[in-house]
Each structure stands twice: as C-alpha cells, then as structure tokens.
Design a protein around this ligand. Structure first.
Ligand SMILES: *[C@@H]1O[C@H](CO)[C@@H](O)[C@H](O)[C@H]1NC(C)=O
Ligand SMILES: *[C@@H]1O[C@H](CO)[C@@H](O)[C@H](O)[C@H]1NC(C)=O
Length: 316
C-alpha cells in the first residue's frame, strides 16, 4: 500500500497485476467501504490467445462520483471500454484480448460498500457466462460452450428487450461468442425498446422536447447474424459529461457520446448495437435523434462476380 500527497488532497493507491486462470478482486475495505481519494488499478493478464471475463458478485459505488473504469487492454485512455457506477450488479464483461484492466477512482466524500468480482480466462471454445440482468430469469446453458443455448424471460411486470435465446457460435475471428447480446428486462411503462431489422428513427424520451432527469433507457438494435447496423445522428445535445449516450457493439467496443456536437455516424461490428441513454438529476436538454439502418453485408466477391456476369451477358 502506498500513500501519496497531491495538491488535490489525499490519494490512496492500491491494485496490482494478476495472473492465473481465475481469481477474485475486491475493492479495498470491502464490504465496509472503500477509501476516499482512491485510485486503484488492477491489470489482469491471461494466457496468450485467451480472453478475460469479469463476473460481478457485489457492486455498490457512489453513483456518478466514484467509478470503476474498465480498459480493454492496459489502462490507457485509448483502451477505455466503459465505466461502472451505482448500485446495480453489472452483467459479465469479456475483454477482446488477454489483458483486462480495472481502475477504481473515488472522490473526497461519501463511499459505499464497493465491489467484488471473479475473473476467469476464456478459451476459444467458451462463450463464458452471459449473465442474468436484473429482473431476468435464465434457463439452459450447459458449460456455455460452442453449440450451447441459453434462454431468458422476465419476471411479471417487465418486458424483455433484445433476443430471448442466445446461441454460442464461432465468429469469423475464430473465437466463441454469443450470437446476440444478453437482453434486458424493462419495467412495462419505461423508455427503451427492441428494434429488429430494416430502418427507422430512435430519439431520446420527449424529443424534440427536453428529456427528463434520471432517465435510464436502453435500445437494442438487432440485425441477422453477419449483417451490421449503422446509426446516423441528426441532432445531439446533452449536458456535457453528466448526461450521455453509450453505444455498445462497435469498434472500439463502447463509444461515449455527450455534449452538443452531432457525433459522426456509428457502424456496428456485430449484428447488434445497444444504445444506453443515462441522465443525472439536473439540467435537461433536447437529447438526440438518430436514423438507423440495417446493412446487408455482402462479400466483395459477390459484387465482382455479378459485375463480371453483367459484362459477359452484355458483350457476348
Ligand atoms: C478457480 O477455479 C478452481 C477450479 O475450477 C475453483 O476451485 C476455484 O474456486 C476458482 N476460484 C475462483 C476465485 O473463482
Ligand atoms: C490514477 O493513477 C494513474 C497511474 O497510476 C494515473 O495515470 C491517473 O491519472 C490517476 N487518476 C487520477 C484520477 O488521479
């Protein structure tokens, strides 16, 4: 343990590098509360060719002031994946390579229980546990290996957004992945939804009027396996840093959008995109409006072959 003094105040550092097939990490002082002014970084290094999966067992971090940031690789800003905060246990997260880093940062007042998680190295034939989102029920699964299926449903009063059945398949890069993201269960009368195929428009709640405070909406855009989805923003205005739209299913795996610049178009690198819109408890803006479009991914050879045939037919 190392204590340093900074102009800002007291900084408590901790963390370390972890190796091995599996293990667990807890925030310092868990479950009695992590220190203020913490900056703790854990780097998990798996075997070459493996991926790392994190499974949270407990999670309570002072919402919007303290964060657990995940980096898909070493803890460098270009590897930033997502930041977790609040009091809901996150669903499992899997890295794209054999290094996954976590950084806990806390402010100088109020802490919470903290977090505890297990991590595990995944090999090429395992999709890993897809997790059980709040208010969902999971059945099936086996060892979560290629060919296994899991099925989700929601407890009464909640509707399922996303795909109810997931199948563990092998992708083009030869790793085992679930064919769709885990669905979510949303209270019947709240924002968000599932959008399948074709094209349309997604807007923040109340658009073009202002969105509400404390919004938390998730839209899942689905296309057939092998296809991609593009999203073109036509309007974007949120409270910089505090109200944001998180887009998942892209390269890099997560994109954070906030502020008043209309973002560049976003294209999925999978057959799905997840849009997660979160607002804090003050300042309301117009929000966003975006067109989405499913794109059939045709192999480039298709075009050359058909062009070839066309010329052949025309000129022979
Ligand atoms: C790691 O895996 C071994 C063998 O499967 C298991 O006994 C052990 O409990 C695991 N440890 C953690 C922290 O998950
Ligand atoms: C936390 O520590 C890392 C390096 O140890 C540093 O790069 C980073 O800026 C620190 N973050 C904060 C919020 O102090």
């Amino acid at each position: 343990m190392l204590f340093l003094f900074f102009p800002l105040g007291f900084i408590y550092t901790c963390g370390g590098t972890l190796k091995g097939r599996n293990g667990s990490i807890e925030s310092p002082g868990f479950p009695y509360g992590y220190p203020n002014g913490a900056n703790c970084t854990w780097v998990i290094v798996g075997e070459e060719g493996s991926r790392i999966q994190l499974m949270f067992l407990s999670f309570a971090i002072e919402e919007e002031y303290d964060f657990l940031s995940l980096y898909d690789g070493h803890p460098h800003p270009t590897n930033f994946r997502t930041r977790l905060t609040g009091f809901q246990i996150p669903t499992p997260v899997t890295s794209t390579g054999n290094v996954f880093s976590l950084r806990l940062t806390s402010d100088f007042a109020v802490s919470a229980h903290g977090f505890k998680l297990n991590y595990e190295e995944l090999h090429s034939t395992s999709c890993g546990n897809p997790g059980v989102p709040p208010k969902a029920v999971l059945s099936g699964g086996g060892r979560f290996a290629v060919g296994d299926h899991v099925r989700y449903s929601c407890v009464p009063g909640y509707v399922l957004d996303g795909h109810a059945t997931l199948t563990c398949i092998t992708n083009a890069g030869n790793s085992a992945v679930w064919d769709f993201p885990a669905p979510i269960c949303r209270a019947e009368d709240t924002c968000g939804g599932t959008v399948r195929g074709g094209s349309g428009v997604v807007t923040s709640p109340g658009y073009p009027g202002n969105y509400g405070n404390q919004a938390d909406c998730t839209w899942i855009l689905l296309a057939e396996p092998g296809d991609t989805i593009s999203v073109i923003f036509t309007d974007f205005q949120t409270e910089e840093k505090y109200d944001y739209l998180e887009v998942e299913g892209t390269e890099p795996p997560t994109i954070w959008l906030s502020g008043s610049n209309v973002p560049s178009p976003v294209v999925s690198n999978k057959n799905w995109l997840r849009l997660h819109f979160v607002t804090d408890d003050n300042h309301r803006y117009r929000g966003f409006s975006a067109h989405y479009q499913g794109n059939l991914l045709l192999p480039s050879s298709f075009f050359s072959v058909s062009l070839c045939c066309l010329f052949f037919c025309l000129f022979n």
